[in-house]
Design a protein around this ligand. Structure first.
Ligand code: ADP
Length: 259
């Protein structure tokens, strides 16, 4: 039956004996599908009215000689409008990653130019805070995958390293390979994360300190996006961190992804 979803679990025990459990997960699968469609539709529907509202806020901001209280209110509206746009864009990106799996690109993506662009964008984000960002990557190394997705995953990690570390901190982007893996590591000597948070860090909207992070303008969806992109590239995210010392986020790809 084409509409049925079955989950087969096979466990080996003893000598040559196997236990097979077949579960009918059709209902769970359909509910999950409905959830994904709902999120995708809602985020698309919210985008248009928000664009209109932000447009009017911009027009009103050009009014000459406004009372200071209006000016302040319009500034707040613009700032919150920007946050909402970022949130909606991340939600749309995430639901796209969840839904279209079949036509996933498998083109060679050269890492050096990709990481170099991300490094420059991160330097711009850092601005006056002048983080020291370094990049080490073999010029020839390329991965099979989707360039846009890899860009979004790695830039999330590098931007986080900048956002969650103080002025002048170091951020290293290091690429290495051995017989089995290609690793892209983003290392910072910034705030670090208490180990109790690590298992939940890639969950949607999970944030270590929501009061502090709302000031940094994040959406809480960045690491969920990273995790999904890596899954689609048969990779994994490894996180190591020490509170007050810094963090290392490593994207680990099987060597079979090497182009
Ligand atoms: P956000 O939009 O809040 O940055 P993310 O999903 O990208 O969302 O990250 C989730 C949380 O993980 C962040 O709110 C922050 O608390 C923590 N985090 C992520 N990267 C780092 C880092 N390099 N150093 C310290 N904390 C980090």
């Amino acid at each position: 039956d084409g509409d049925k979803r079955l989950l087969f679990q096979i466990t080996r025990f003893g000598q040559g004996e196997h236990l097979m459990i077949v579960r009918d997960i059709t209902r769970i699968y359909k509910l999950e599908q409905m959830r994904k469609d709902f999120v995708a539709n809602v985020s698309h529907e919210l985008r248009t009215p928000l664009t209109v509202i932000r447009g009017y806020v911009e027009t009103l901001s050009m009014t000459p000689e406004m009372p200071p209280v209006w000016e302040k209110a319009l500034g707040q509206m613009e700032q919150q409008g920007q946050r909402m746009t970022a949130l909606i864009n991340d939600l749309i990106a995430l639901s796209k990653l969840e839904t279209d799996s079949s036509d996933h690109d498998q083109l060679p993506v050269k890492l050096q130019p990709l990481l170099s662009t991300i490094k420059s964008d991160a330097e711009a984000l850092s601005g006056d805070k002048s983080h020291q960002i370094t990049l080490n990557c073999d010029n020839q190394l390329a991965l099979l995958g989707n360039e846009k997705e890899l860009h979004s995953a790695i830039s999330n990690l590098v931007f986080n390293a900048v956002k969650y570390s103080p002025e002048g901190a170091n951020v290293d982007i290091q690429v290495s390979e051995d017989n089995q893996h290609i690793r892209i590591a983003v290392i910072d000597n910034g705030n670090g994360i208490d180990p109790i948070h690590l298992p939940r860090l890639t969950e949607r909207f999970y944030r270590v300190d929501s009061s502090r992070t709302s000031a940094t303008g994040g959406t809480g969806l960045g690491l969920a996006i990273v995790k999904h992109v890596l899954l689609r590239h048969k990779g994994q995210l490894e996180i190591e961190s020490k509170l007050g010392k810094g963090s290392q986020f490593t994207c680990v790809f099987p060597v079979s992804r090497k182009a």
